[in-house]
Design a protein. Structure first.
Length: 117
């Protein structure tokens, strides 16, 4: 059974940084992509970034709104997915969800990120 647990959310001021982590329990394959999504109050969940599964190669993709500010990465041996967020803006305020997309789709429960002006 796949399990995703996010950590690292919190409250920061504009221009600050946060690093989110997502511990993945379960086996992934190279048909899976690991990613982050977010959902702001009153809005639909939106894509943030994604990269290939653990130990796999392929493209890393970012949403235009976070490119050059956020960096997605993974620790292969530890099965942890990261999202380093810098130059944070109030518009980045949302619940951030870890995601595995492949033959099946899995979500974490989310972690709140709040950016104040």
């Amino acid at each position: 059974q796949m399990q995703l647990v996010e950590n690292g959310g919190g409250s920061v001021q504009t221009g600050g940084s946060l690093k989110l982590s997502c511990a993945v329990t379960g086996r992934t394959t190279c048909t899976d992509r690991l990613g982050w999504y977010r959902q702001a109050p009153g809005k639909e969940r939106e894509f943030v970034a994604a990269l290939p599964g653990f130990w796999c190669s392929g493209a890393t993709v970012y949403a235009d709104s976070v490119r050059d500010r956020f960096t997605i990465s993974r620790a292969h041996a530890e099965n942890i997915l990261y999202l380093q967020m810098t130059i944070l803006k109030p518009a980045d305020t949302a619940i951030y969800y870890c995601n595995i997309a492949g033959p099946s789709r899995y979500w974490g429960r989310g972690t709140q990120v709040t950016v104040s002006s």
